[in-house]
Design a protein around this ligand. Sequence first.
Ligand SMILES: [Mg+2]
Length: 277
Amino acid sequence: MPAGIKGVSMLCSALLARTRAAAPMAQETVHYSHSEKDFILSPHSKKAPKRMASLMELKEIFRSADAVCFDVDSTVIREEGIDELAKFCGVGDAVAEMTRRAMGGTVTFKAALTARLGLIRPSYEQVQKLISDNPPQLTPGIRELVSRLHQRGVQVFLVSGGFQSIVEHVALQLNIPTANVFANRLKFYFNGEYAGFDETQPTAESGGKGKVITHLKEQFHFKKVVMIGDGATDMEACPPGDCFIGFGGNVVRKQVKEKAKWYITHFDELLKELEER
Ligand SMILES: [Mg+2]
């Protein structure tokens, strides 16, 4: 790192440095594969459509998961953090268009992030002022859902292509420890000017959310990890994630809605799943 650069957060806290103790819960075995042809149907469900069978399996995994990872932008919060930052810095329209292209999966995540941040060039002060003046708006039902998961002993993580300082603010509101936040880290010069972002974070790459899930499984021996999110980058994290739940409560991504076996538009649907058993 060039002299004169400081990080808002600790730049050196790479994935492997995370040592938070976790106690994975004992899990029952669920027969599940990511290939539809491998789903095992009971004698009573031979005539059931494959889609229904796979959905049932996914729901069983969600109910017995030992870790749930949430995307943040347009999932846990109503807006896209980087778009809000761009608006705040006066380049909202240009950056919103770049975000739309990134979500559609037509450019690599890192290339899109580099281009957008190159336009925004947010200062340290602007990021702090955004958080204090326009704090992220929680999606209805998320507070209750996270609380319920915590009550059940489920580990909750925020895995975001957004920025650490903003996502940590969200985590604080949901009683999620900052050690459970995986996001991108902005860098600033001593005078507060934008100095780039930490390109070594897994969340800076296409496929980065999957890498985070793999890391979580290795470190904490989680057997079943659920990923919930609105975007293509969330869906592609499964596998290694065991269950993807598409979320369309804030914005509907056509590709995700069409491909996700389980797609919801309100977190109440997941709360009900937890109450039924
Ligand atoms: Mg999102």
